[in-house]
Write a protein that binds this ligand. Structure first.
Ligand SMILES: Nc1ncnc2c1ncn2[C@@H]1O[C@H](COP(=O)(O)OP(=O)(O)OP(=O)(O)O)[C@@H](O)[C@H]1O
Ligand SMILES: Cc1cn([C@H]2C[C@H](O)[C@@H](COP(=O)(O)O)O2)c(=O)[nH]c1=O
Length: 210
């Protein structure tokens, strides 16, 4: 039986996920919650190594199914090594991306099929879905413009996909909103940082106070 809460944050590139997660985590810490901030792919050593392979710009030959399986493998290790133990210890976990990223990027944008990618991920997660997911919705062109302005951020293999790919990612997320209406909450990420934060914080507190 989990005592903690598992929250995931999703959205296209440059939606502002990291910015808002940092703010939410700081606020929860200050309020005395036990909070764990993590990300996918990555969050622990083995998964960070897999991340490097997936996102390396040199790996242009990577097959789409290989890509989907690598994300699922990183997810499995991260879940058993970090997420599950923290949930058992009662942490509020805020994870930057999870299975919905695979459904939107590999399932829909790569064209592997949302159902097929969901199936291979079931092997990795054994039914462990987030308690709630905040989906940061943004026009991909605006998100990409933001990350291009962000000088410190390294451009990865997925960022280099064309705008049509990123549009498909967003379309994929919109399909997921219809499919998981109970779990996924949409947030308009094109607004200012303060506005996006306020909306995310309100939705988060609703969850934590119930
Ligand atoms: N609401 C906002 N309005 C304008 N700029 C923003 C907003 N939120 C974040 N930014 C800026 O956009 C850039 C990308 O933000 P951030 O790294 O938080 O996005 P992200 O969703 O985590 O991106 P990715 O997952 O693609 O790495 C940063 O330079 C950040 O300062
Ligand atoms: C978990 C996951 C991620 N992706 C993609 C999404 C991004 O392009 C990169 C991760 O980079 P970020 O700067 O940390 O957002 O990977 C994916 O395609 N499938 C997934 O399951």
């Amino acid at each position: 039986m989990n005592k903690g809460v598992f929250i995931t944050i999703e959205g296209p590139e440059g939606a502002g996920k990291t910015t808002i997660i940092d703010m939410l985590v700081e606020n929860l810490h200050n309020e005395g919650y036990k909070v764990l901030q993590t990300r996918e792919p990555g969050g622990i050593e083995i998964a960070e190594q897999i991340r490097n392979v997936i996102l390396d710009k040199k790996n242009t030959a990577m097959d789409s199914r290989t890509e989907a399986l690598l994300y699922a493998a990183a997810r499995r290790q991260h879940l058993v090594e970090k997420v599950k133990p923290a949930l058992e210890e009662g942490y509020v976990i805020i994870c930057d991306r999870f299975v919905d990223s695979s459904l939107a990027y590999q399932g829909h944008a790569r064209g592997l099929g949302i159902d097929e990618v969901y199936t291979i991920n079931q092997f990795a997660i054994e039914g462990m879905m987030p308690d709630i997911t905040f989906y940061f919705d943004i026009e991909p062109a605006l998100g990409l413009e933001r990350i291009n302005k962000h000088k410190g951020r390294e451009v990865n293999r997925l960022d280099l996909e064309d705008i049509q790919f990123h549009e498909k990612v967003r379309e994929g997320y919109h399909l997921l909103l219809e499919r998981f209406p109970e779990r996924i909450r949409k947030i308009d990420a094109s607004k200012t940082v303060d506005m996006v934060y306020k909306e995310a914080e309100t939705k988060l507190k609703e969850l934590l106070n119930n």
